[in-house]
Design a protein around this ligand. Structure first.
Ligand SMILES: NC(=O)c1ccc[n+]([C@@H]2O[C@H](COP(=O)([O-])OP(=O)(O)OC[C@H]3O[C@@H](n4cnc5c(N)ncnc54)[C@H](OP(=O)(O)O)[C@@H]3O)[C@@H](O)[C@H]2O)c1
Length: 217
């Protein structure tokens, strides 16, 4: 069967209580061994995607550094295209192909600004980014495997429409607590367990003090 969208893997490091960051946004949960695993995973996908808040708070490169391998295309969900010129993503986007997904809300001035930096801009969706449509466009660009690396709001926007094929979570030895700490999946959430999807546990791998769990949807 030929898919009309990429195969989507959602990946995160979570605390024992299911959080991906503390209430202040600290998300450095992974050990070095786990980071090596994540970078290996990145080198095996065509693109890696994050939401705007993760870009602002973590200011990541989203590259492959802990292992040898190719960098995936980087994709940021940023409806208004507010990405700052001093972010690491912008600083490196002439070397590493980077796409900013925006919505109809963005101004023409901001589109020109992003294009001047060397970013590719994909406009899809009215208020928010229409993720289903975005995946369809990415597939046309030959992106067959996509890694979604959060945060929780972004994870929900993929999950709620049944757009995730595989989940890889590293269970880390921390308890973060806090009702304002970000969970693996944010958004409205499902009202009934029957409305959620059923996951199949495919693999468990122990990394010293962490467990890497792989599920298919
Ligand atoms: N432990 C881990 O593995 C891990 C991984 C990643 C992130 N994190 C943490 O997660 C936190 C951020 O998570 P978050 O939930 O606040 O934010 P997020 O998912 O990173 O970003 C959400 C923002 O992305 C933009 N967006 C545009 N279209 C969207 C769409 N269709 N669906 C979802 N978002 C869309 C929205 O802003 P606009 O409307 O303005 O565009 C939205 O508010 C950070 O603290 C980060 O450190 C942890």
């Amino acid at each position: 069967m030929v898919r009309s969208r990429p195969y989507v893997i959602l990946s995160a490091a979570i605390s024992l209580d299911g959080k991906i960051a503390t209430k202040t946004g600290d998300s450095r949960l992974s050990s070095r061994e786990d980071l090596v695993r994540v970078h290996k995973l990145r080198s095996n996908v065509d693109a890696v995607l994050i939401g705007k808040h993760t870009m602002i708070i973590d200011n990541p490169y989203l590259t492959v550094r802990y292992v040898k391998g190719k960098n995936p295309v980087r994709i940021i969900l940023d409806s208004n295209g507010y990405i700052k010129s001093n972010s690491k993503i912008i600083q490196t986007c002439r070397k590493i192909p980077t796409i900013i997904a925006v919505s109809e809300k963005i101004s023409e001035k901001n589109i020109s600004r992003l294009q001047r930096y060397g970013l590719e801009v994909i406009k899809c969706g009215h208020k928010n980014i229409n993720v289903k449509k975005l995946l369809y466009i990415l597939k046309k660009k030959n992106i067959k495997k996509l890694l979604v690396e959060g945060g929780g709001t972004t994870n929900w926007s993929f999950f709620k429409d049944g757009l995730v094929d595989e989940i890889i979570v590293t269970l880390t030895p921390f308890i973060l607590g806090g009702k304002n700490a970000i969970s693996l999946i944010e958004g409205d959430g499902f009202g009934k367990i029957s409305k959620s999807c059923s996951l199949k546990l495919k693999n468990i791998h122990r990394l010293k003090n962490e467990l890497v769990l792989r599920y298919t949807v």
